[in-house]
Design a protein around this ligand. Structure first.
Ligand code: PHE
Length: 364
């Protein structure tokens, strides 16, 4: 008689993990959350199809607020028992959640928070984007060397760690290069302000030849509009915080003639970028913004780390994230350095009513 042996079909064990995502789905920086999650979901389709890892994603809305970000991290760890967390975007939000992830030894990777302090929280906190120490220098040089500006004013968002940190780096570098500031004190507003006219009137009297405005798109959109109405026609310069399609909606024609640093240019000729733009457009019917690209790369780095890790234990996942070297994403090649930051190139974009246009690429 023939003995039938039921040999087990060998399927490489698929790693199943739970990842929590903390993003601003509502509130003043809601486009960051919506675009990030779109980018992440697009990447997840690929990751889950590839079959090495299977990621189950739980998205929490932090409402663009620090306290809500802390609550979201706590919930993801305590009730969802996630293996790792991706998020958030605004540095003040990530800074509020990161200490909780650190204390619980849960890997937290931010695809977008650029403030220096974020990864200093501890060894479980990393990022796949560059920092403001780099971005601030890029813009100070661009102002001084490319635009030949010599006397600048700085307007900061006093409720944002990102804005405060980035202005410091810019100021230091611009002065080092030989530039002057119209005043040693910053002109300041806070998030959700809507009337900037008295602030702009004060600045107008100091006659700057350009203005550095490291804010987020909601307030920046209104500031640009009000500034142009008041005859402040000099260029405004900003950072990645301007990079949202809503900026164009809010500022209209007033967006013209200004420059920002960012992580991604949708008009980049790189075939990898163009393939991503096509894929994203097919899925969502619109061009991807910077946050879509950053979210996409962030989750791909996590998935790659999970498949390389010794096990799906949180400590092994974190060790694998920190071992990331030369991972080629749509926002550039990602290597996590000894301070858990990514050293990557930045792009300078000109903001125009029909979208941001690539100007230059700056390598670290
Ligand atoms: N870098 C910003 C911050 O740390 C967040 C941001 C990233 C905004 C990318 C827009 C695009 O607060």
């Amino acid at each position: 008689a023939l003995a039938l042996s039921l040999a087990p079909v060998s399927i490489a064990a698929k790693r199943e993990v739970k990842i929590g995502a903390v993003f601003p789905m509502t509130g003043p920086v809601a486009t960051y959350g919506q675009e990030s999650v779109n980018g992440i979901k697009l990447a997840l389709k690929k990751i889950n199809q590839e079959g090495k890892v299977s990621i189950n994603l739980t998205v929490e809305d932090n409402k663009s607020e620090p306290q809500e970000s802390a609550n979201a991290v706590t919930k993801l760890i305590n009730s969802d028992q996630v293996d790792a967390i991706i998020g958030s975007v605004a540095s003040s939000n990530t800074l509020a959640g990161a200490p909780i992830a650190q204390t619980n030894k849960v890997p937290l990777l931010t695809p977008a928070s650029t403030n220096e302090k974020v990864t200093m929280t501890g060894d479980y906190i990393s990022r796949t984007c560059f920092t403001d120490a780099f971005q601030g220098v890029v813009m100070a040089k661009f102002a001084y060397e490319n635009l030949k500006k010599r006397k600048m004013a700085i307007i900061i968002d006093n409720s944002s760690d990102y804005s405060k940190g980035l202005s410091k780096v810019f100021k230091k570098k611009f002065k080092e290069l030989g530039g002057k500031l119209v005043s040693d004190e910053d002109f300041a507003y806070i998030q959700k302000d809507t009337d900037f006219r008295s602030l702009l009137r004060k600045i107008k009297r100091t006659k700057p030849d350009a203005i550095f405005l490291p804010g987020y798109y909601t307030e920046v959109g209104l500031i640009l509009k009000q500034a142009r109405q008041m005859g402040l026609n000099m260029p405004f310069l900003g950072g990645d915080g301007w990079d949202s399609p809503t900026l164009q909606k809010l500022a209209g024609a007033a967006v013209s003639g200004n420059y920002i640093s960012s992580h991604f240019a949708p008009d980049d000729k790189d075939p990898r970028v163009q393939a991503f733009v096509k894929e994203y457009e097919a899925a969502y019917g619109q061009k991807p913004g910077v946050m879509a690209a950053l979210g996409y790369d962030g989750i791909l780095v996590m998935a790659n780390a999970i498949s390389n890790a010794k096990s799906t234990k949180r400590s092994d996942i974190q060790a694998a994230i920190l071992a990331t070297k030369g991972f080629v994403g749509v926002t550039g090649a990602i290597t996590i350095d000894g301070n858990r930051n990514a050293s990557k190139s930045a792009v300078v974009l000109e903001t125009t009513p029909s979208g941001n246009v690539f100007n230059t690429k700056v390598n670290p």
